[in-house]
Ligand binder design. Structure first.
Ligand SMILES: [Zn+2]
Ligand SMILES: [Zn+2]
Ligand SMILES: [Zn+2]
Length: 156
């Protein structure tokens, strides 16, 4: 998804396509990783002179409501957002790199295969599920590998 798709999503949700919203979306698309509201604010402050942090919070929440942004959960309990390239309509999950913070779309969900088992075991009705997949992205894995190789060379 490019910024055009996001603009289409704004239009569908009846949100005005303001320069600020466009800048927020562009910032996330460009960097491909998660950020705190403060980080977004610091990055955009230069271009928007009177931009306050509460406005950033409000804008991020609005974009989350319509599915352009998602929350990323980390153990420090701070608020993190990332862009969702597929939108709310499509069943999918996100892979979060623990090292660099890159967020990737995972266009796959096998949850329905086990939902029936859970429902009969617990005698419950499942309404939704949440899953955040974590690990090392391909780039960070490559880096780890070459660091390991470097270490070995020094020993030799
Ligand atoms: Zn997504
Ligand atoms: Zn990574
Ligand atoms: Zn799922």
């Amino acid at each position: 998804m490019g910024s055009n798709d996001c603009i289409e999503m704004l239009r569908k949700a009846n949100l005005k396509i303001t320069p600020r919203r466009k800048a927020i979306i562009g910032f996330f698309l460009q960097n491909g990783r998660y950020f705190t509201p403060e980080e977004v604010w610091i990055a955009l402050r230069e271009d928007f002179k009177h931009l306050g942090l509460p406005t950033i919070y409000r804008n991020l929440r609005e974009l989350e409501d319509i599915g352009i942004l998602i929350r990323v959960f980390r153990s420090d309990q701070r608020l993190y957002y990332a862009i969702c390239q597929l939108g709310k309509g499509k069943k999918h999950h996100h892979f979060v790199c623990k090292k660099c913070g890159r967020v990737s779309e995972v266009e796959l969900c096998n949850f329905d295969d086990i939902a029936g088992d859970i429902e009969s075991k617990l005698n419950c009705k499942i309404i939704s599920h949440f899953m955040q997949i974590e690990g090392l992205c391909s780039k960070c894995m490559e880096e780890e590998m070459s660091e390991r190789d470097e270490g070995q060379k020094v020993k030799e």
